[in-house]
Write a protein that binds this ligand. Structure first.
Ligand code: TGC
Ligand code: FAD
Length: 398
């Protein structure tokens, strides 16, 4: 046996031993979620994706293992965990599937976060424990058919009528939309002679005039529910208006979710690297395993380098976030570049698997297709590039 085949192989999912920098409770949360993902999600997630199914029992199970709103105080059903722990959770879940991580991101960052930060005490007490346990599901309605990258162009309107606000408009591409019991809806106030303020509302989805219709034609994120929301004169009490004014409220929620995505995509990326490395070890070509070919090793090395740099970025951003230093531009860079790393790894893995790589018997193509969405939602690659460009030059080039 040659020395090359007996050489001990490095641990590729933590090449720089970042594990050593985690607190014991962060490691414990990560290991618990990992065990759940390997035991209960991986055996089934490929079928769910193929069937276009988000299993109805999943939210309660995710609540049971404690991953929904993990950073919120225990009084509201959270675990009071660190931002890093939240990132680790996202990475473990997305190792299985980006759509399942989407559910966790939306519930935690886009629904529980604004309720905890800006809703009345009564609403917090009513919604947060149920959202944490998975008994209730939430969604976040910002994007519209004609306002995606530019949410300030939204057409959904709200107007004050007595003690209520009346909301009318259409939201598109809304994760968990038709499953949701509560929707965070952003709308522009009707104003005489110009644009009114953008306001956010906690909307019970059983209100008259609220309807959700699923988008069924997705070739990506198939294990996730994505819907259109139709609001036709939906009346919401003033007490259910979030205590924040302007687009900055919605964007602050996105900052939380984008942070989780910067971690999550590493899970999908490493899943692809591991699959490709295992595949080429056994696949013969020209008398030797593909793993023994220099061009193949070069691609694996690039995947490892990109994902490892992404891991260093995510870990450091986590610690910055814990000190309140997760500025939007820092989060934009991490979201943009870690998605690029993961999508690059998924495309390379799909290719290294040859014809087998286009089947759903392997995971690379599922991750690759999911990551096309992740590169689009929560700010496209171009939007984050322009955020960084503005940061460098001071010029907004949107
Ligand atoms: P701009 O003038 O830059 O900002 C308006 C106000 O918002 C503040 N701000 C932020 N605050 C917190 N976090 C951020 N990331 C922020 N970015 C901006 C800003 O300081 C300002 O505050 P103030 O007090 O001065 O008014 O706004 P703009 O209209 O020029 O837009 C900038 C741009 C293009 C970057 C922004 O609109 C943007 O991010 N567009 C992308 C939209 C997007 O990401 N949509 C995502 C929808 S939700 C989703 O995709 C969920 S996917 C499901 C899942 O997560 O799994
Ligand atoms: P557009 O904004 O129309 O962009 C089209 C193309 O133009 C992109 O390549 C973009 O980068 C480029 N572009 C845009 N502006 C510029 C510019 N100034 N300069 C150069 N290029 C530009 N939204 C929610 O509110 N809640 C959700 O839960 C949610 N979940 C989603 C789930 C899925 C599966 C998907 C696919 C989307 C989801 N979204 C959600 C919506 C998502 O955030 C938007 O799709 C995204 O913000 C892009 O908007 P758009 O699709 O309208 O594309």
């Amino acid at each position: 046996m040659s020395s090359s085949t007996t050489r001990r192989r490095a641990r590729i999912d933590d090449f720089y031993d970042l594990d050593a920098q985690l607190a014991p409770e962060e490691r414990m949360i990560r290991d618990g979620v990992r065990e759940y993902v390997r035991g209960e999600l991986l055996p089934h997630v490929g079928d769910w994706w193929s069937e276009g199914l988000f299993p109805p029992e999943l939210p309660a199970r995710l609540g049971e293992i404690g991953v929904l709103g993990v950073t919120l105080p225990e009084a509201f059903g959270g675990a009071g965990a660190s931002a890093t722990a939240y990132g680790l959770v996202a990475r473990e879940i997305e190792y299985a599937d980006s759509g399942l991580r989407s559910f966790v991101s939306v519930q935690s960052s886009l629904v529980m976060y604004p309720i905890h930060r800006w809703a009345s005490e009564a609403l917090q007490r009513s919604w947060l424990p149920r959202l944490a346990s998975g008994e209730a599901i939430g969604c976040f309605g910002l994007t519209e058919p004609d306002a995606g990258s530019d949410p300030g162009a939204m057409r959904t309107r709200c107007r004050r009528v007595g003690d209520d606000w009346v909301i009318t408009g259409v939201k598109r591409w809304i994760t968990s939309g038709s499953n949701a019991h509560v929707a965070i809806v952003w709308a522009r106030e009707e104003a005489d002679g110009g644009d009114g303020r953008i306001l956010g509302f906690v909307v019970d989805t059983d209100r008259p005039g609220f309807q959700a219709v699923d988008i069924k034609t997705k070739a990506s994120m198939r294990a996730s529910v994505t819907s259109e929301l139709y609001l036709d004169e939906v009346a919401v009490p003033e007490s259910q208006r979030l205590d924040v004014v302007g687009l900055g409220g919605a964007l602050a929620c996105l900052n939380q979710a984008r942070y989780g995505i910067a971690w999550g995509v590493l899970g999908a990326g490493f899943a692809c690297l591991e699959e490709a490395a295992a595949y080429v070890a056994d696949r013969p070509a020209f008398g030797r395993p593909l793993a023994a070919k220099q061009l193949v090793q070069s691609r694996l090395a690039d995947m490892l380098a990109d994902l490892t740099k992404g891991s260093l970025l995510a870990h450091h951003l986590g610690r910055l976030k814990e000190r309140g230093q997760d500025t939007p531009a820092r989060v934009s860079l991490a979201k943009r570049d870690n998605v690029r790393a993961a999508l690059g790894a998924a495309r390379a893995a799909r290719d290294l698997l040859g014809g087998n790589g286009i089947t759903t018997e392997y995971t690379a193509i599922r991750h690759m297709l999911n990551l096309e969405t992740v590169a689009t939602y929560e700010g496209t690659d171009a939007v984050h590039t322009l955020v960084l460009g503005r940061e460098i030059t001071g010029e907004a080039a949107f």
